[in-house]
Design a protein. Structure first.
Length: 91
């Protein structure tokens, strides 16, 4: 089974690279962005991916607990579950 590169990740704006432990995980191409500011924002978002996934998993766990305790009524957890599945290295 393949797993994602563990975080934390950082963004090196000078090289347009998302780094994990000093090694490039991804390199951004400017032609996909409207400006350097947008490319930098994209890079920071990509660099935050491992932490965002961790937080989404924690949120889902807490929401599922609340649902089991009948303290959460009518909240659709499927969008959060789908986002986690899309971002997760698990099959």
């Amino acid at each position: 089974m393949t797993t994602a590169t563990p975080g934390p990740w950082s963004f090196d704006a000078a090289h347009g690279a998302v780094l994990a432990d000093g090694h490039a995980v991804a390199v951004l191409c400017f032609h996909g962005a409207e400006s350097m500011a947008q490319e930098d924002a994209n890079g920071r978002l990509l660099a935050a991916a491992p932490e965002l996934l961790r937080c989404a998993l924690l949120a889902l766990e807490e929401l599922q607990k609340a649902e089991r305790l009948h303290r959460l009524a009518g909240v659709d957890l499927r969008p959060l579950e789908a986002a986690i599945k899309a971002a997760s290295p698990l099959p």
